[in-house]
Design a protein around this ligand. Structure first.
Ligand code: GDP
Length: 528
């Protein structure tokens, strides 16, 4: 057992994920209130981009640059140290969210009871499934007239391909919403709007047959609840924690974040069952979370858009050992030893310099261009953590240099911005046409703006008729080489020299796959 065992045991590192507007920001805020990290509601700013406009994004990023605190929020609750990692809500920044999911040990997924499963919910869950991340589902907005709860659960199970296990059961919804019955503790939580953080008291009842239910809920609702509970218990039985930890079963809570209803109940369960930091695979071996030596990786790089402070902050997730201020660690890719005199930790709205950090923690490291996503720090050993994905972009544009005098600056800018993970850079095969691939339009505007303001390089983009990039591999190098030659117009190299096929449409892609059975087309690539 590690000498840091106690520290590891008391940490829970997770993210709240949802389709925009389901209630992620509201729930985050309630958690922070419980943790005593903030005192008033409204303190957490939504990082949502309301309009599809660069100026909005820039403004938000500028604010965030000054106070990157919203990226990671650490607080204590009942002796447990909670690291809550924020994820961008806007779909154009989905890649950032996906990568943040590689740095957490579990997630809470918020589903809007009215809208059910939405686009982003689906995509986010795909990433969770890839990594078998344990998921707790919070069905929010029960104070609104939502879908029938049985239908909703069925929809979630089917659409998200995960089995659910209700932990509580709602009594009506909308204006008739009366509260939830806790199936596990067998008590009743009566709904009242705007519950204060410390006032969520449940009513003890012996079980669902307790006649007091009739007094509290009325005969009809009490009867309905008994019927529902019987059905739910027959279908779902007891929650098997191992199945939750294996990412196979998701416990479900019903509540209303804005009314702070059902939130404490979930938080209490969360700290009880959510996984502590786990061991992780690397390119060399599995790193045990209990090892004494430091290891960890950079999963996000945050540029500071304030022109007066052109630094970046690399977010480093500690996977084992102890991170210490001013101690030399081994930067594997650069093969050099580096130390940090001002590492940050993030306590809700402030960032402060820390002396040390343990597995599960996220440390903010000042960076002047030494880091890229996926970089590893160790105490000497060479390896990279695996499973940090790059997803296929969906929009592709050629970079056209408007100012040949600034070619060097442009190249540097492109390299650095793509190191941050805002976009992917491809070079067309056999030529030197630079192609940028992004998930959303907004990123092109951001890149154009940043190239000009940070690097003095002026560019325009030419749209290209591609819709997906597939990374190509084959057991037969000759086949790959021939394919590259025949399909030159569709072939490019990513930044690491891997060959990719740029497909114009699903039809072309499927045709090429069918015609080339010896070549594998991958929609994601692992950074290592
Ligand atoms: P995010 O985009 O997922 O971060 O969602 P927000 O937390 O910003 O919430 C989106 C909107 O839903 C806001 O107007 C919230 O006030 C509202 N909202 C959040 N929770 C609830 C709830 O439990 N009931 C109702 N009726 N509205 C809610």
């Amino acid at each position: 057992m590690s000498k840091y065992h106690k520290e590891i045991e008391r940490r829970r590192t997770f993210a709240i994920i949802s389709h925009p507007d389901a209630g992620k920001t509201t729930l985050t805020e309630k958690f922070l209130l419980f943790g005593g990290a903030i005192q008033v509601a409204g303190a957490v700013k939504s990082n949502k981009i309301k309009k599809h406009a660069t100026s909005d994004f820039m403004e938000i990023e500028r604010q965030r640059g000054i106070s990157v605190a919203t990226s990671v929020m650490s607080f204590e609750y009942n002796g447990i140290l909670i690291n809550l990692l924020d994820t961008p809500g806007h779909k154009d920044f989905a890649e950032d969210t996906y990568r943040t999911l590689t740095a957490v040990d579990s997630v809470i997924l918020v589903v809007d009871s009215v809208n059910g499963v939405e686009d982003q919910t689906r995509r986010l869950m795909e990433v969770c499934r890839m990594r078998d991340t344990p998921v707790i589902v919070f069905i929010n907005k029960m104070d609104r007239d939502g879908k029938n709860r049985f239908d909703l659960l069925e929809e979630i199970e089917k659409e998200l391909k995960i089995s659910l296990h209700p932990m509580s059961w709602p009594i009506n919804s909308g204006k008739d919403f009366k509260g939830v019955y806790n199936l596990h503790d067998k008590n009743l939580l009566l709904f009242s709007a705007n519950t204060k953080a410390n006032e969520e008291d449940s009513l003890a009842i012996s079980d669902v047959n307790d006649p007091v239910l009739n007094q509290l809920l009325g005969d009809t609702d009490a009867a309905q609840l008994r019927e529902d509970v019987e059905l739910v218990e027959t279908v779902h039985g007891q929650l098997q924690i191992e199945e939750y930890l294996a990412g196979k079963i998701a416990p479900v809570f019903f509540g209303s974040a804005i009314n702070n209803f059902g939130v404490k109940e979930m938080l209490d369960t969360f700290i009880g069952i959510a996984p502590t930091p786990r061991s992780r695979e690397t390119t060399a071996r599995k790193v045990d979370v209990e090892e004494d030596k430091l290891s960890g990786f950079v999963f996000k790089i945050h540029a500071n858009l304030d022109p007066k402070h052109r630094d970046r902050i690399a977010f480093f997730r500690v996977c084992s050992g102890r991170f210490e201020r001013n101690k030399y660690f081994h930067h594997v890719r650069l093969d050099k030893d580096v130390r940090f005199s001002n590492p940050y930790s993030f306590m809700a709205r402030d960032k402060s310099i820390i002396e040390d950090a343990y597995a599960g923690d996220v440390v903010g490291l000042f960076d002047t261009g030494n880091f890229k996503i996926g970089d590893t720090l160790t105490e000497g050993e060479d390896f990279y953590f695996t499973g940090i994905p790059s997803f296929s972009p969906e929009i592709f544009k050629e970079v056209v240099n408007k100012d040949p005098m600034k070619t060097k600056q442009l190249e540097k800018g492109l390299m650095q911005l793509t190191d941050e993970g805002v976009a992917q850079l491809f070079t067309q095969f056999g030529g030197n046409k630079k192609i940028i691939g992004c998930v959303g339009e907004l990123q092109f505007e951001v890149i154009q703006y940043r190239l000009l303001h940070e690097y003095g390089a002026s560019v325009v983009f030419n749209s290209l008729p591609f819709f997906k990039a597939c990374w190509l591999t084959s057991n037969d190098p000759k086949k790959l080489e021939d394919f590259g030659r025949f399909k030159q117009a569709n072939i490019a190299e990513d930044k690491d020299g891997h060959m990719v096929y740029l497909g114009q449409s699903e039809w072309f892609l499927n045709t090429e796959r069918a015609n080339n059975p010896d070549i594998e087309f991958h929609f994601t690539s692992e950074i290592h």
